[in-house]
Design a protein around this ligand. Structure first.
Ligand code: 2PG
Ligand code: MN
Ligand code: MN
Length: 522
């Protein structure tokens, strides 16, 4: 790739016709799992998706949506939207943020790069602030990476460190914040023994403090700013452990939505506001929920909320969160190789009209228009891609009944799209980016539901390790088109070549192989 003989012109597929409308429908958080009461997709009334599975076995199969199949460090890593859509759009498996950070920490390269050199200039006279998600979910951040970074930064000269925590409960079990804070406080105490002044300075739940996305609600970022930068919050505690324990006692409280708090000293003074001359690292590797904070930290001109005080700091992201905006301009870990020739860019070069109703992950972190319900009237375009978020968004609440309702609604939306495809003689590809709603309970190694100390099942708010379905169909699909039988280990990255074929083109040669073949006789 990239050589001078590379051509944007795709070869015609020998058997599949061009010019059909292809709808790529991504059901968010829709995995395949054993049927039981915690499988909301199974419990919900989902006639359309059921008919695909039961109606045409040669046009329905499962694909991997987690672990190494989507560029994550190990097969114990659940899938997520970023990595799932990346694989769907890129057609190849790239090492994703989690893996890039692991490698940079393992090799020590993280301390040799421009980003670390930059923040290091603050170590002599200033404080190093680390802001990020306190979790081992591996979706936005990982606790072991934070631990290594704390150790490494102190070994490389940081003398005063303040950690600003965001509690999770979305990628990990609700209530696990307490254990993470305990471990972190132990680690910081060990650093203090080595004469590093290291403390937790502030905190709050990820969905209420800092980690908003798509500029949905700047108040979320402001609440974080006030606590982290100004050292102001409605709740003040002497220790972070006391903070999370106490705040969790309020009725309805949970880790995802804990209110902002600051840690204060014996005189009631915040222990770690961000001041001129300090350095900041946002230690999440995933971009979408860090971009807004990065803007607030990096932009001189900023009108999204009143920052009150805008300290002169040296700021680096764990990665660069927005390649187009070059935001932030300093970062600790180099980005993945340029993800180019994505399905979007290549199909655009074939002069096709595309309507994107999915995420920027699909096009290798470029910017796509927002998701909306414009599907129906736009289905006359050559390709429509839509992400139906219901199962995932509601699945993250841990509310089983509500998730069942959400799955039914998603199935109805699929039916609507199918009806439109029927009218235009088009083709559909239905798949999912990762699992979630198909298993809402934490399980032991034998697969049995785990109980908490009160004997209740432990609800799972997170994504899963489950495979996801993919189905093809529609009146425009060539009669002999069917899934190949030889690609047992196929994953989401194989979908891209499949979609190109359905548009009547051969995929690029470095794409993961297509899932389909066209039988001559039926
Ligand atoms: O909400 C999010 O940020 C993640 C879970 O942490 O979910 P998704 O990957 O589906 O966006
Ligand atoms: Mn998703
Ligand atoms: Mn999700």
């Amino acid at each position: 790739m990239g050589s001078s003989d590379f051509s944007w012109k795709l070869k015609d597929h020998p058997k599949l016709a061009k010019g059909k409308t292809v709808a790529v429908v991504v059901l968010d958080g829709w995995g395949e799992a054993n049927p039981n009461q915690y499988n909301c997709i199974h419990v919900a009334d989902t006639p359309t998706m059921d008919s695909l599975k039961n109606g045409a076995p040669e046009r329905w199969r499962l694909v991997k949506a987690h672990g190494t199949a989507v560029g994550l460090p190990s097969d114990d890593d659940m899938g997520n939207s970023e990595v799932g859509h990346n694989a769907l759009g890129a057609g190849r498996i790239y090492a994703q943020g989690a893996k890039l950070v692991d490698t940079a920490l393992e090799t020590g390269k993280i301390y040799e790069g421009e980003g670390f050199e930059y923040i290091k200039q603050s170590f002599e006279d200033g404080t190093l602030h680390l802001i990020g998600l306190l979790s081992d979910g591996g979706v936005h951040s990982r606790f072991d990476q934070l631990q290594l970074l704390l150790k490494g930064a102190s070994e490389h000269g940081a003398k005063r460190i303040r950690v600003h925590i965001l509690t999770d409960g979305r990628d990990v079990v609700d209530g696990s914040s307490v254990g993470f804070v305990e471990s972190l406080e132990n680690d910081l105490a060990k650093l203090c023994e080595k004469d590093v002044d290291a403390k937790i300075a502030s905190g709050g739940g990820r969905m209420y403090v800092t980690m908003d996305r798509y500029e949905n609600d700047w108040d979320v970022v402001k609440r974080g700013w006030d606590a982290q930068v100004l050292g102001e919050a409605p709740h003040k505690f002497k220790s972070a452990l006391e903070a999370v324990k106490k705040l969790r006692e309020s009725p309805g409280a949970n880790d995802q939505f804990l209110p902002p708090f600051v840690i204060v000293d014996d005189n009631g003074k915040a222990v770690g506001p961000i001041l001129d001359g300090d350095a900041i690292v946002t230690f999440n590797f995933r971009a979408d929920r860090m971009v807004m904070l990065a803007k607030a930290l990096e932009y001189d001109k900023f009108d999204k909320f009143d920052r009150v005080r805008y300290p002169k700091i040296r700021y680096a992201g764990m990665l660069q969160y927005d390649g187009e905006l070059k935001l932030p301009s300093h970062y600790l870990v180099s980005p993945p190789e340029n993800i180019w020739c994505t399905t979007v860019s290549v199909l655009c070069m074939q002069a096709m009209k595309l309507l994107n109703l999915v995420t920027s992950h699909f096009s290798g972190m470029g910017t796509d228009p927002d998701v909306s319900t414009r599907i129906w009237k736009n289905i006359l375009k050559s390709q429509v891609r839509v992400n139906l978020p219901n199962g995932d968004m509601v699945g993250h609440t841990g509310d089983v009944q509500a998730t069942i309702v959400a799955c039914k609604a998603a199935d109805e939306a699929v039916k609507m799209i199918f009806d439109a495809i029927e009218q235009v003689g088009g083709i559909y590809v239905v798949t999912a980016d990762h699992g979630n709603a198909e298993d809402m309970v934490k399980r032991n190694k034998k697969g049995e539901p785990l109980l908490d100390k009160d004997g209740n099942v432990q609800i799972l708010t997170s994504h899963t390790l489950q495979p996801v379905p993919i189905a093809i169909g529609g009146p425009g699909l060539a009669p002999g088109a069917r899934f190949r039988q030889d690609l047992f280990g196929a994953g989401l990255a194989n979908v891209a070549a499949t979609v190109m074929n359905l548009h009547g083109f051969e995929a690029l040669s470095d794409y993961e192989p297509t899932l389909i073949e066209v039988a001559d006789k039926q």
